[in-house]
Design a protein around this ligand. Structure first.
Ligand SMILES: [Zn+2]
Length: 87
């Protein structure tokens, strides 16, 4: 039986359609019974779609490239990165 907190963990995968069929079914069953999670999924889906339409892919690619560079630098410098984050 799927609980609310389980649903929160897999919610984004559910919206992206990346869940196995049986898990998708249990999410749907839960949503039928649970009003809170219906609202939660609704809000998450709305913000996900807003982000997709807003960025239209290009901004994401730029962002991912920048993140990749950051990760590459962090790996070069070693794992002690928690002291100097932020601009
Ligand atoms: Zn719930």
């Amino acid at each position: 039986m799927l609980m609310c907190r389980d649903l929160a963990v897999i919610a984004s995968d559910y919206i992206d359609g990346e869940l196995p069929v049986f898990q998708k079914m249990s999410v749907k069953m839960h949503l039928i019974m649970c009003k809170d999670c219906r609202t939660f999924i609704g809000n998450l889906r709305a913000s996900t779609e807003l982000m997709k339409t807003h960025s239209s892919g290009r901004a994401d690619e730029e962002l991912i490239r920048r993140i990749d560079e950051r990760v590459a630098e962090a790996l070069k410098e070693g794992p002690r990165d928690s002291t100097n984050r932020g601009p």
